[in-house]
Design a binder for this molecule. Structure first.
Ligand code: G1P
Ligand code: ZN
Length: 542
């Protein structure tokens, strides 16, 4: 039986950079998840009889919302739901399933790299038929709908057994429970030279992958250990847990410290990597060297042709604006297009769909390609392994050779988390007011060349996105960017991105924060960070 349930709207269901993200108790309010899911369906057209993909990163409350979403999909007229066994689908695997099975769209339950548990974060995100995050036009419609919704439809049916692979039905809709890993692993096997990686592992190359008790565990086990023959135990923390074992599943140098320490030890393995809660981010560490995501993007782009899936070369590269310019130098040398987009993966969708770019990346540990429409943590790890297997050099040697060829972009991001919202907004608007004065001002040895509030003109659909971050560009390729996070769940997070270009190979060995010290001081001088936020130091430096 299909029930129509009366409800009252909530006023806070505005999707952010990556869907609706709130604390679990917020989602547990009566009809909260139902309202949002109905608002999604009410904002879409033409899905009757079509397929919907549903899955999540296994965090606390995942299984409950999966049941709700399946029953609501049935009541709203979808013809089929594909759901990952146990309710598990990494974000890139969900994107792949949508594309592979020609689904109308997908609902992904995740709060990415944020902690999970009864008082931690949860999230619901809608992806469209190309496998990518819903564009702003749709997320705006969802928010508008959520403010006036007065009822939702749900099947009055028993829970579906999501742990049993195969087909069941709810109110005439087919529910197919699929293995979450197989299709994704098969795709990776098409893109990369598995025999070469297998030979490398068989020759004693040591890899360690930290799944951080999040969704990539089963994927990494199957691909690295089963298909590629890495020794058992190469994948750490491989069981997805509702609270991620208390880990903060964000693969950065703070939360993946243990992996970093392992990789800096004398007896370190050859290659270390980690992914985040929902499997779309990556951390790459070679023996004795952390590879910044910005450098990783540039390196992967420069070497992608060594993998079978990219042997024809790249159409172009895209990076988010705050990501360092290292990839631009590669695009220049390859003579291919380079696109600078606002922060957030959704801005890459049009470029990928139009065939303008093949590889994209963000400084926030996101890298991916046109194989799906999300960033993809394991994809980046496998492309690295493919490159290492072909070049037969160490990570550190490959990175140094890259810097010698292209120059080094020293890069760091300073985050000030849970800052007072008014203080953060005040800091940005004061900067905005000063933009016109800054050009040709000097700060020590640094001269401002250009200062603006980044606006993006999408070359495909010609939409314009304004106020995407304050950029201060200095002569010689140095840069400071200020922007406020769009994914936080409490207060404001100020992100300061600092970059310095160093062409001189003899100066490629400076510790990053030292190399950037003058710019860090100038950032505070220009923006008054300490005075306005009351913080003497960033909460996280990456
Ligand atoms: C952050 C990252 C951004 C990424 C997003 C979703 O957004 O900076 O690159 O796309 O998470 O993973 P922010 O909090 O800065 O808005
Ligand atoms: Zn993520």
């Amino acid at each position: 039986m299909i029930k129509t349930v009366s409800t009252k709207p909530y006023d806070d269901q505005k999707p952010g950079t990556s869907g609706l993200r709130k604390k679990v108790p917020v989602f547990q309010q009566p009809n909260y998840a139902e309202n949002f899911i109905q608002s999604i369906f009410d904002s879409l057209e033409g899905f009757s009889g079509q397929t919907l993909v549903i899955g999540g990163d296994g965090r606390y409350y995942n299984r409950e919302v999966i049941q709700i979403a399946i029953k609501m999909a049935a009541a709203n007229g979808f013809g089929q739901v594909l759901v990952g066994r146990g309710g598990i689908l990494s974000t890139p695997a969900a994107s792949h399933l949508i594309r592979k099975y020609g689904a109308f769209g997908g609902i992904i339950l995740s709060a990415s790299h944020n902690p999970g548990g009864p008082t931690e974060d949860f999230g619901i995100k809608y992806n469209v038929g190309n496998g990518g995050p819903a564009p702003e036009k749709i997320t705006d419609a969802i928010f508008a709908r959520s403010k006036v919704i007065d009822s939702y439809k749900i099947a009055d049916a028993a829970d579906i057994n999501i742990d049993l692979e195969g087909t069941q039905t709810v109110e005439g809709m087919t529910v197919t429970v699929v293995d979450p890993v197989t299709d994704y692993a098969d795709l990776m096997e098409q893109l990369f030279d598995f025999p070469a990686i297998r030979r490398m592992f068989a020759g004693g190359f040591r890899v360690v992958f930290d799944a951080m008790s999040a969704v990539t565990g089963p994927y990494a086990k199957e691909i690295l250990e089963n298909r590629l023959g890495a020794p058992k135990g190469s994948v750490l923390n491989f069981m997805p847990l509702p609270d991620f074992g208390g880990h903060h599943p964000d693969p950065n140098l703070v939360y993946a410290r243990a992996l970093y320490d392992t990789m800096m030890a004398d007896d370190a393995p050859d290659f270390g990597a980690a992914s985040d809660g929902d499997g779309d981010r990556n951390l790459i560490i070679g023996r004795g060297i952390f590879v910044t995501p910005s450098d990783s993007l540039a390196l992967l782009a420069a070497n992608a042709h060594l993998a079978p899936g990219y042997s024809k070369g790249l159409a172009g590269i895209a990076r988010s604006m705050p990501t360092s310019g290292a990839a631009d130098r590669v695009a220049d040398k390859l003579g291919i297009g380079m696109y600078e987009t606002p922060t957030g993966w959704k801005f890459f969708g049009n470029l990928l769909d139009a065939g303008k770019v093949t590889i994209c990346g963000e400084e926030s540990a996101g890298t991916g390609s046109d194989h799906v429409r999300e960033k993809d943590g394991l994809w980046a790890v496998l492309l690295w392994l493919n490159i290492l297997a072909v070049r037969k050099e160490s990570v550190i040697d490959i990175v140094r050779a890259h810097w010698a060829t292209y120059g080094r972009n020293y890069y760091s991001r300073h985050d000030y988390e849970e800052v007072d919202t008014d203080a953060a907004n005040g800091l940005i608007s004061a900067l905005r007011d000063r933009l016109a004065d800054l050009p040709s001002k000097t700060f020590g040895a640094l001269t401002v060349e250009k200062a603006d509030d980044f606006a993006y003109h999408d070359p495909v659909d010609h939409s314009v996105s304004e106020h995407q971050g304050i950029r201060i560009l200095f002569a010689g390729g140095s840069r400071i960017v200020f922007r406020l996070s769009g994914t936080g769940t409490s207060g404001a997070t100020l992100r300061v991105y600092i970059e310095r270009f160093e062409p001189d190979t003899s100066r490629h060995d400076i510790e990053t924060q030292k190399a950037l010290a003058d710019l860090i001081a100038v950032a505070d001088e220009i923006a008054g960070i300490k005075g306005r936020t009351g913080r003497s130091a960033p909460s996280v430096i990456t």
